[in-house]
Design a protein around this ligand. Structure first.
Ligand code: ATR
Length: 288
């Protein structure tokens, strides 16, 4: 009788991927990809790969040489991955960071940034029928996450994007760099007037995250039709989202951005464009 093995084993042809970062222990990616691997019955593995920044380049090349299909790259290595890639997607180049590296069959490293894709896909799933062209967007923050979202909103043909950042110069720098007349810098904190005709309000700062200060914003000027979203997902419903919901605005939490940004990598490495479902959301949020 054949022995029954209660867990899935790897074969000699398993596909391998993982997430590189320092630290990486907080990453939900192994759990997320692990769920999809099990769900689709794929012969593969996705591992946490703690790599100190000084070893980043050597580790990346080693993973390629070990036959990995690809890796996600997280803080602080998203910028470090850029010069290591032989080819960058247009969006990675514009965002200035890479979160998804694919090792091509010929050994070349292909760099992409799927954060903006994740942002857009999350809104499309959670707010069906969303029309990014319907009115101005206000984006709070001008860091790495903001850059990915700005590029994505520009590509979705948002008519105007107002950027507010504590450090105004950073918002001015990104506006100058992207050189698109639809980008405008507005004051931080945001005035009610700057919100009066807005269709989408996005928090890309770390404010409101567990352990961080609260995001203090007066939503009085915001139309109740405006969609409010936050990239913070711990807590799932941030003070901003609770405040918006209380006054009748539609809201979308940030967890889906994390889940959707993982899809292109999973698709490339394991061959299936995976689904983001409520069961997955519950699984990723549940304790390990
Ligand atoms: P990420 O890659 O997650 O975007 P980041 O590049 O460090 O991280 O950007 C963090 C963002 O949160 C920035 O817009 C930052 O504002 P500054 O450019 O002024 O630093 C914003 N942020 C963080 N802490 C903040 C605080 N206490 N008040 C206001 N903005 C804050």
């Amino acid at each position: 009788m054949t022995a029954r093995i209660p867990y899935r084993t790897l074969s000699g042809t398993s596909r391998l991927a993982g997430v590189m970062g320092w630290p990486v222990s907080h990453s939900k990616s192994p759990r997320l990809h692990g769920y999809w691997l099990a769900k689709y019955g794929i012969d593969g593995s996705y591992m946490p790969l703690p790599v100190e920044p000084e070893n980043f380049q050597a580790a990346l090349m080693s993973l390629r040489n070990l036959g990995f299909s690809g890796v996600n790259v997280t803080i602080p290595q998203k910028e470090m991955a850029m010069p290591e890639c032989d080819e960058l997607s247009d969006r990675a180049r514009r965002i200035g960071a890479v979160n998804t590296v694919t090792f091509a069959k010929d050994g070349r490293l292909l760099g992409d940034n799927t954060d903006g894709f994740g942002f857009i896909e999350n809104l499309r799933q959670e707010a069906p029928g969303i029309d990014f062209t319907s009115g101005p967007a206000v984006v709070l923050g001008a860091g790495g996450a903001s850059r990915a979202i700005l590029v994505a909103l520009l590509d979705e043909e948002s008519p105007e994007i107002r950027i507010a950042n504590r450090t105004r110069k950073r918002a001015e720098d990104v506006t100058r760099e992207f050189n698109d007349p639809r980008l405008k810098v507005i004051d931080w904190p945001v005035s009610p007037e700057a919100l009066s005709d807005v269709a989408l309000l996005v928090n890309t700062t770390s404010l409101g995250m567990v352990g961080q200060p609260k995001l203090d914003i007066d939503l009085d000027g915001l139309p109740t039709s405006a969609l409010v979203t936050d990239i913070v997902y711990a807590p799932l419903v941030t003070d901003l989202l609770a405040q918006a919901r209380e006054r009748g605005n539609p809201i979308v939490d940030g967890l889906g951005m994390l889940l959707h940004q993982a899809r292109p990598g999973f698709h490339r490495w394991f061959g299936i464009d995976p689904e983001v479902t409520q069961e997955l959301r519950d699984f990723v949020l549940s304790p390990d």
